[in-house]
Design a binder for this molecule. Structure first.
Ligand code: LRH
Length: 483
């Protein structure tokens, strides 16, 4: 058995997991879990990346304590799109900006004046979300800090740089910048040139499975690990790692990666760059082995996390039990609406959306929770249905992976809404995908199907059958579309 550490950083928390892999064995244990708390400064919403890096070191120390100080490799994945800027000495310039920061407001119009939205989609295949790196960079360019920037490292690449001293740009995450051509897996030189973005800011591209250096001596000292410990590039976009760990049997499956976001769609062999696909706001991000993650971003459990925060962190289990017995589909909101992107006042914003669309206003936390879960299930249904139609393929099953696996009500409602069985698990899909890509790079597992078989054989999965009533979900979808 080999031991791999997966560093997996999410928007609300991070973890370092230890994966033990053999030809027929796969186990994942938690070495360290920590919160990721964005900080509101006068200049805006920022990530505390030094705190995250320290927590990663704590995690590697705990991983070493569990493996006798020996790790066969380390991989890093995180949320997408955000980055740190480095100066000519390789020092970080300021705190990386959070993708929920308001700086990209109104920026898209300036970008589209240079490259019309339709052309941008045909070239990069990315759905419009205001925080794609391209829009962030356009907003950043007028800032004093940018004049000193010589290098841009996406968050997982920044962590890997601090761990190893080596710089690279991992491709699955690079595909979320909106500067990559999903047909070639290379930069979209034309888009960058027309927008005046200097691609030499980015370190050379590397792919999942590529070597990414070894832990620096100081890191070994701080973590007590015995060197050399190689770092391996994984699907450094957490969603790419999670999709790699969807325990699917065959190809006719849809997936929903749940957590702060719900990323719902299909794994394809080629991008869908049609105008219809753009209008439906589907994205073509890159996955393992030249696959395309054809999916839509849905607000996800962020809606609930923000409410729970506003309600003073009540017991989630109790809240979900109360929500489960409440009336179904009483009020629904559009869980894809960017109006829910920014933090703060979430229960009020949901109530306002219900009021504005002439639906009953949820009054209690349980009612609001039910409204959120019904709305998410409905958005899952729309995305799964639209993806199949737009890609011309069909799915027999929906795999739910990530944090939402623990939310049985959400899984059941998703099965009901989609009218398809849901197979839920694993919860730590991103960490599993991270570990499996490292194991594959070291020859322990074979292709993607092999990775998925290993997961199916070793991990507990829960199946939810649809309980009927798809007509009610269709009607709710039509009601929402008509508003
Ligand atoms: C999920 C995720 C998602 C991105 C968002 C910024 O963690 O990586 O795929 O769209 O964060």
């Amino acid at each position: 058995m080999k031991s791999y550490a997966a560093v997996d950083l999410g928007a609300s928390g991070g973890r370092v997991m230890v994966g033990r892999v053999g030809r027929h064995e796969l186990e994942l244990t938690e070495a360290h879990r920590f919160p990721n708390r964005p900080v509101r400064l006068p200049e805006g919403l920022r990530w505390d990346v030094l705190a995250l890096y320290s927590a990663v070191l704590d995690g590697l120390r705990a991983a070493g304590a569990a493996t006798g100080g020996r790790l066969d490799s380390v991989g890093v994945d995180s949320w997408a799109v955000d980055y740190g800027l480095l100066d000519a000495d390789g020092a970080l310039l300021g705190n990386p900006v959070h993708y929920r920061d308001a700086r990209t407001e109104g920026i898209a119009e300036a970008v589209w004046a240079a490259v019309p939205a339709a052309e941008l989609y045909a070239a990069t295949g990315l759905q419009y979300v205001p925080f794609n790196t391209l829009y962030q960079l356009t907003a950043a360019r007028s800032r004093a800090q940018f004049a000193h920037a010589k290098r841009l490292l996406l968050i997982p690449d920044l962590m890997a740089y601090w761990l190893t001293g080596e710089q690279g740009t991992e491709l699955t995450n690079a595909s979320t910048t909106q500067l990559v051509d999903p047909r070639t897996g290379d930069w979209s030189y034309d888009v960058a040139a027309r927008l005046g973005i200097d691609l030499s800011l980015f370190a050379p591209l590397r792919r999942p499975g590529d070597p990414a250096g070894v832990l620096r001596g100081e890191v070994l000292e701080e973590t007590g690990l015995t060197g050399p410990v190689p770092v391996t590039a994984v699907g450094s976009h957490d969603t790419a790692s999670a999709v790699a760990a969807v325990p699917a049997d065959g190809e006719r499956f849809a997936y929903i990666c749940t957590g702060t976001w719900s990323l719902a769609g299909l794994e394809l062999t080629a991008p869908v760059l049609t105008e219809e696909s753009r209008a439906a706001n589907f994205t073509n991000e890159l996955g393992l082995d030249g696959t395309v993650r054809y999916l839509r971003n849905i607000m996800g459990l962020w809606l609930l996390q923000e409410c729970v925060r506003a309600w003073g962190e009540p017991d989630l289990g109790e809240l979900l039990r109360a929500a489960a017995v409440g009336p179904a589909l009483r009020s629904v909101v559009d869980a894809g609406d960017p109006a829910f992107l920014a933090p703060g006042r979430m229960p009020e914003r949901i109530a306002e959306a219900c009021r504005a669309s002439g639906q009953p206003v949820p009054r209690t936390p349980a009612e609001t929770t039910r409204c959120i879960l019904d709305s998410l299930a409905l958005a899952h249904r729309r995305a799964v249905e639209d993806a199949q139609r737009l890609a011309g393929t069909s799915a027999d099953v929906v795999h739910v992976v990530g944090g939402g696996v623990r939310n049985a009500l959400l899984c059941q409602l998703t099965a009901d809404a989609c009218g398809l069985p849901v197979v839920a698990g694993p919860t730590e899909a991103a960490a599993f995908g991270n570990v499996l890509v490292q194991a594959r790079a070291h020859g322990l597992v074979g292709d993607r199907a092999d990775m998925r078989r290993l997961l199916t054989r070793t991990q507990p999965l829960t199946r939810y059958e649809p309980r009927g009533g798809t007509a009610r979900w269709r009607a709710a979808q039509e009601r929402l579309a008509a508003r």
